[in-house]
Design a protein. Structure first.
Length: 366
């Protein structure tokens, strides 16, 4: 279903007022991990945090051939294109603002906030036909490409800009069923593509900095730490399991979350199937849920939402399944893309939660 352009722009302006607050703020956080199962299923999972307000997140089902309209900072339209592939995604505040998704070819793409380090090209009215705002880059990728290499080869065909001059920048994670994953960061107006063999992504600083920072934590170990300078004294002994984790940062800053995610990913077992791997990802990402109130600024009242981690997703790029849960409902839900005929399905938008309530199973004892 196509929507009148003026309606799209009015809705985008209104909804983006909420999302723009997230883009201006340091209160945004995202943590991404990825695993290859023994059966060859490649799973990418992530959290999405914003403690400032309700993002009104929803899932979108986009048919093959759908006509996409990019927005611009001037209130006009940018690139207009018909997508080659259908996809399913999770959007925030506005249907067009897809933060995470999976297309029918198994290509996964996600936006992660990248405040203070990215610099997009300035908006150029003479290049409006190539202009795509950062909040619509995920949709552009999912609608047009089937592999990571295709994304790299064609990325210079668009000009990524901000919808709002004051907004912070983003970077992107793109993964495919083979296990190849890249991080895209635009700095000084130039797109940089990093092969992500670590498989982890958070926010600022830049991705190469995070990888180099892992060198500061080479002491971390599986299980118990090797060696003990105090072994000569029998009264000196560990209090319990996990001494190999001493020094693992526990705060919610992006560098600390990157180290923690890399450690949990490195120590996790490889599971037989994609389904088991997805469940493992949700369990690991429990460690990155941010309670409401933790991110607020001094003097700011806590937001009336259950948690700053508003949703967590996982995609099985081989099995073509997208999973999610939210801070309102921890039940894991799934869309199987193989059950969708993307040549016939209608453009669909639906809230991530039909009912915002935790599911509690009552046990009867007789």
């Amino acid at each position: 279903m196509l929507m009148n352009i003026s309606v799209i722009l009015r809705r985008a302006a209104a909804a983006a007022a909420v999302l723009t607050c997230a883009l201006f703020s340091d209160l945004s956080a995202c943590t991404g991990i990825s695993f290859m199962a023994k059966d060859g299923s490649y799973v990418l999972a992530r959290t999405a945090e914003w403690g400032g307000s309700d993002l009104q997140s929803r899932y979108v089902v986009v048919p093959r051939g759908f006509r996409h309209t990019a927005l611009t900072s001037t209130g006009g339209t940018g690139l207009i294109f018909n997508g080659r592939y259908g996809y399913v995604g999770v959007a925030a505040s506005q249907d067009q603002f897809v933060l995470e998704g999976l297309n029918e070819k198994g290509l996964s793409a996600g936006l992660f906030f990248f405040p203070g380090y990215g610099q997009y090209p300035q908006y150029d009215s003479t290049e409006v036909d190539r202009t795509v705002p950062d909040m619509q880059v995920v949709s552009w990728i999912l609608a047009n490409f089937s592999t990571v290499q295709e994304v790299i080869d064609h990325f210079d065909e668009i000009i990524v800009t901000k919808l709002f001059p004051e907004a912070q920048t983003s970077h992107w994670r793109v993964g495919e069923p083979s296990g190849r994953q890249i991080v895209i960061e635009i700095v000084d107006g130039k797109a940089n593509f990093y092969e992500n063999k670590i498989g982890v992504l958070t926010n600022a600083p830049d991705f190469p900095w995070h990888v180099k920072n892992l060198n500061n934590y080479v002491n971390l170990a599986f299980g118990e730490a090797d060696g003990n300078a105090f072994s000569a004294w029998p009264e000196v002994r560990r209090f319990g399991a996990g001494t190999g984790m001493i020094g693992l940062p526990g705060d919610v800053t992006p560098p600390s979350r990157f180290i923690r995610a890399a450690y949990y990913q490195a120590t996790a077992p490889q599971y037989p199937t994609g389904a088991e791997t997805v469940m493992s990802c949700f369990l690991i990402l429990n460690n990155f849920d941010i309670p409401i109130g933790v991110e607020r600024q001094k003097g700011q009242d806590p937001t009336d939402i259950p948690g700053a981690t508003q949703f967590t997703t996982a995609v099985d790029t081989k099995g073509l399944k997208m999973y999610w849960r939210t801070c309102w409902n921890s039940t894991i839900r799934c869309i199987d893309l193989t059950s969708i005929d993307f040549s016939k399905v209608k453009y669909t938008v639906s809230p991530l939660d039909k009912v915002r309530q935790q599911c509690v199973e009552m046990i009867t004892v007789r």
